[in-house]
Every structure is written in C-alpha cells, then in structure tokens.
Design a protein around this ligand. Structure first.
Ligand SMILES: [Zn+2]
Length: 341
C-alpha cells in the first residue's frame, strides 16, 4: 500500500511578554495531503472549547430581511425550472423543495431548501431532514443526466450560516452538475487514477485500511460510510466521510444516504457541544461513467468569525496561496469525536 502521511515540523523562537520576555519556542507543522500532495499548515492551539456564541442576538442582527425560502415567499419569489426539464417547475420530497439557483455556478445549479423552518439549530437536524435533502438532490442529478449526457461532474454542497459564506439563514443545499470539475475534484480524480496505476489498488480503500490500522484518525463506521479526521485539515475541524465502492453520487443507494445522514447527525452533535456553529460541506462525485478509481467522499469543515472584531477565518493564506491552516491536530479532533460514534 502506498499511503504516505508526510509532515515536517519547524521551529520559531520569540521572546514572550507573558513570561517576562523569556524565550519561547513555537512549533509549526506542514502536512502533505496523501492524495493530492497539497500542503496545509497545522497550528495546534491549546483551546479545548471555543467561546459560546449568542445565536439569538446573532440572528436578530442579521435576520431582518425577507427570506425567499420561507414557505410564504418561496412560491412567489423563487424561480422555477422549465416544464420540459422538471414537471411543475420544482421538485419536492417531504419538506424539501429543489429549485433553480439564480447564480449559475455551473451548467446545472440548484438549491434544495431543506425545511419549512427558517432557522434550524445545528443539533436539531434529524435523519429525515438530511435523508430527504440528499436523496432528492440525487433525484435531481439523475434527471440532469437524462437530459444532458455531456454533464459528468457532480457535487452537493452546503454553507451553513453566514460565517461559512451562506447568504440565506434558511437551511439549503447547493447541487452542482457540469462538464468541468472544480480544482479539488480534478486533483482528487487524477490522484485516484495515479494511485491505482502505481499501486494497483483503490486509494480510498487503502486509506481506510491504513487509518483503521493506525487508529489515530479513524472515527468510526456507519453502514457503508467510514468517518475519518482528515490528515491534512482544511480548517479548524475537518471531517471526512468515505462511501465504500461508490464512484458517483448517482450510484449511492438509499441506505448509503441514510448511513451518511446518521453520521452527519453525530458530527453535528459534536459541533454543538464544542461550540462550532457553522460549517461548509461538500459531497464529491467522481467522473460519471469513467473508471472506479474514485470513491464518493464528503468533507465537513467548521467555520467561524474570529474575535474580537469578527474577522473572517479565511485570509490571504487560503485565498491567494491556496493553502489552508488547521488550528487543531486531526488526532485530537478524532479523540474528541470518537465518543459520538
Ligand atoms: Zn426562511
């Protein structure tokens, strides 16, 4: 097996005013992503729990605009698909409603409004809400394939709350289908192919076996989904879920989606107890109809505004250097999360 967990530690010395300007050694760690070889920086801040956020006050401050996804306004404010594409203009499953995104990030770009409720606290999401949302997103993507065979790259995405870039508080997924992959999708797909060619094995299978054996970042298994703390984190907390032997979101079974939903609820309970209020989530799909060297996987990365001035947690490093900074070691995140699985 060819999984390599490469890292490098470097030191910097400062004179610390908190210790009467005595010398202090700071440690900085660089990690290489075992699939894409991209580097990230890991600073292991000695913070057990982040500060609580007054959500009521936060919502009062940002929530005073008419929400297009609340039941009253959804019917009259949101667009519809053409009749030939989606009969009736919108797809529905339980409380979930799939409608077109006005911002065309991709050839097919839809929004899945998850609930009738405007604000759902992170610990209140149920298996039913999540299952219905991801399931109807898959139905939408299957319909995309029926009408356009040039579309081969899919993803389902979630910005939960404004700290993560979400411009509407009301919980909603963003569903993408296009002819071109995103950078990270392309790097993962190519990385999986290169790994298969070099080692004769599936990368994700090797990753799961290696992580299980090491036990440092293996959080747990739920049905067909395996949950890991990402070796090279792309934020404060970065959790990965791998679907065994599924190359495309199109191939996921109902049970796979149910397993994923159950796992996500456990992750959300951990977030709730450790005061993580916001996250980005992506469910990545391989190239549809191509080889099976890619396994569907998801990443969930926590987001927050940094005190005291509510600074963004994405800065020049991520925007202009394309390099993420993690503030907690994945091995510590794994220890904390295990109890929830
Ligand atoms: Zn709303």
């Amino acid at each position: 097996m060819g999984i390599k967990f490469k890292k490098r530690l470097q030191e910097a010395k400062i004179l610390d005013p908190k210790r009467g300007y005595g010398e202090k050694v700071l440690i900085m760690e660089t990690r290489w992503d075992p699939l894409t070889n991209r580097t990230v920086r890991v600073l292991d801040l000695p913070i057990k729990r982040l500060d609580k956020l007054d959500m009521e006050e936060f919502l009062k401050r940002v929530g005073d605009v008419r929400c297009p996804f609340c039941p009253d306004s959804l019917e009259e404010l949101t667009p519809k698909f053409t009749e030939g594409f989606i009969k009736g203009g919108r797809l529905r499953f339980g409380e979930v409603c799939v409608l077109p995104n006005r911002l065309p990030f991709d050839k097919f770009c839809a929004v899945a409004v998850l609930t009738k409720r405007h604000f759902v606290p992170i610990a209140d999401f149920t298996e039913e809400i999540l299952f219905n949302g991801f399931s109807i997103s898959q139905v939408f993507l299957r319909r995309v394939l029926e009408v356009d065979s040039t579309v081969r790259f899919f993803s389902i995405n979630w910005n939960y709350l404004p700290m993560s870039g979400g411009s509407v508080i009301h919980p909603h997924l963003q569903i993408l289908g296009g002819e071109l992959p995103t950078n990270h999708q392309r790097e993962m797909i190519q990385g999986g192919r290169d790994y298969r060619q070099r080692w004769g094995e599936n990368y994700w299978n090797s990753l799961i076996l290696t992580e299980k054996e090491l036990g440092e970042r293996y959080i747990g298994t739920i049905g067909n989904t395996v949950w890991l703390a990402s070796y090279a984190p792309r934020g404060f907390g970065d959790i990965m879920a791998v679907f065994r032997e599924r190359s495309s979101i199109i191939d996921l079974s109902d049970q796979d989606i149910r397993d994923f939903s159950q796992g996500l609820i456990k992750v959300f309970h951990y977030f709730h107890n450790f005061n993580h209020y916001s996250f980005n989530l992506t469910l990545y799909s391989g190239e549809y109809g191509a080889d099976d060297s890619f396994w569907v996987n998801a990443r969930v990365v926590t987001r927050r505004l940094l005190p005291p001035v509510e600074a963004s947690d994405v800065n020049y490093f991520e925007k202009l250097h394309g390099e993420s900074i993690g503030y907690k070691k994945p091995e510590r995140l794994c220890e904390e999360m295990k109890g929830y699985f």
